[in-house]
Write a protein that binds this ligand. Structure first.
Ligand code: DAT
Ligand code: MG
Length: 374
């Protein structure tokens, strides 16, 4: 990015009080990472040029949702030709899948994805029926390996991912390595298939092979067809990776730690929670916890990843123990191995929410995997 450059966007904000959509011109200055906003309707300065905590250039792309001083804005369009030309090449999307053979390694794979600067726009754990799998891989229907491929794809849950990045289609294919994991180990030893794949069919992950495939595959999974999530809604608890942690790219390591503690992840979905829903979800803390408003602001400030956590017994108790004290300062001192100690910053940006009371587990799991996913 040329640091002198100014990028312009059309952003929309749904004002719940007035029940109307407000439109803004949002300007972002690369040089000092400041933001300026104009109300389009009355042509007035809305936000003086200033730094907006948490707002980065890489979070601004078509369809992204960003938080500017507690307002959730949707980036609807480029604001000028310069921005359109500059960013279109960069805002390429691709489709990735963590296949059933590699679901246990999803934390490590998400870590690689974030290290390579991909931004995850959508993520959902789901299980395809045979018919759906055939549709997805229709181009291979006559190949001798088709039966094996169908068995693998339908043998268990997988994670579908819509990702964005510079040269995303080619970049992700390069990172995947050759189709055959054995060849990948010879020719591209640092690739995902070399590291995580077993053979030519069980090769860890999928990646779109062209822009056209990417569009088709993103539409297949995240278009109008809604696939049921994999939540059990029984004997499980909720883990919510907060937006600050998702945006800073540490969801992968957090998931790896959860899985290596012996707990299972039985459902996963990325959500953009709006302020009204965040307020509703945290309602029990209203008037009880001093940080309530800040908690609502944090949860609605960007993408969060909801996890359904399952354990052989007492998933709630085990997961709370793994998360540690709500205040990371305290956690670092008392329980340095816990997730909040390792990944939290302060009481608000404490990496994860976990259900407080055993009796509320299913209510909270249902909030994300039944109510918000409908
Ligand atoms: P890719 O996934 O690298 O795009 P592809 O589109 O040619 O590869 O094939 C789709 C999947 O089918 C691939 O990920 C694994 C399986 N597959 C491909 N070639 C195979 C073969 N020769 N034997 C067994 N499985 C194969
Ligand atoms: Mg292919």
């Amino acid at each position: 990015m040329d640091l002198e450059e100014r990028y312009a966007f059309l952003a929309e904000y749904y004002d719940p009080n007035a029940c109307l959509i407000r439109k803004y011109q949002l300007l972002f200055y690369g040089k000092d990472e400041t933001c300026e906003m104009y109300d389009i309707k009355n042509k007035k300065l809305f936000l003086r040029r200033s730094k907006v905590p948490g707002l980065r250039m890489k979070d601004l792309f078509l369809g992204s949702i960003v938080s500017v001083h507690s307002r959730q804005l949707t980036i609807k369009d480029f604001g000028d030709e310069f921005t359109r030309r500059k960013l279109r090449a960069k805002t390429e999307k691709t489709f990735a899948m963590i296949k059933p053979d590699c679901i246990g390694k999803m934390g490590e794979i998400l870590e690689v994805i974030c290290q390579e600067d991909f931004i995850i726009c959508s993520a959902k754990m789901l299980r395809l029926t045979r018919k759906q799998a055939e549709q997805f891989y229709i181009e291979h229907i006559d190949k001798p390996f088709f039966g094996n491929l169908m068995n693998l794809i339908t043998e268990g849950p997988m994670v579908a991912l819509e990702m964005k990045g510079e040269d995303a289609v080619r970049g992700w294919r390069r990172l995947l390595g050759p189709t055959d994991s054995a060849q990948a180990r010879r020719d591209a030893p640092y690739s995902i298939r070399a590291k995580f794949g077993a053979n030519v069919t069980r090769n860890a992950c999928h990646g779109s092979d062209s822009l056209e495939s990417a569009n088709r595959e993103i539409d297949f999974f995240f278009g109008s067809t809604k696939y049921p999530n994999t939540a059990k809604l029984q004997g499980t608890t909720l883990g919510l990776i907060k937006p600050h942690a998702v945006l800073s790219g540490i969801a992968g390591p957090i998931i790896t730690d959860i899985l290596s503690s012996g707990l299972n992840i039985t459902a996963l979905q990325l959500h953009y929670v709006d302020r009204a829903n965040a307020a509703e979800f945290y309602e029990v803390y209203k008037g009880v916890v001093a940080e309530y408003t800040d908690m609502v602001t944090q949860l609605s400030s960007g993408p969060c990843i909801a996890l359904e956590i399952h354990g052989d017994q007492d998933a709630h108790g085990k997961f709370r123990k793994l998360c540690g004290p709500a205040d990371p300062e305290l956690a670092k001192y008392l329980r340095p191995d816990t997730l909040r100690a390792k990944y939290g910053k302060d009481k608000i940006e404490n990496a994860l929410h976990c259900t407080d009371l055993a009796d509320d587990c299913i209510l909270e799991v249902e909030y994300f995997f039944k109510i918000l996913d409908s």
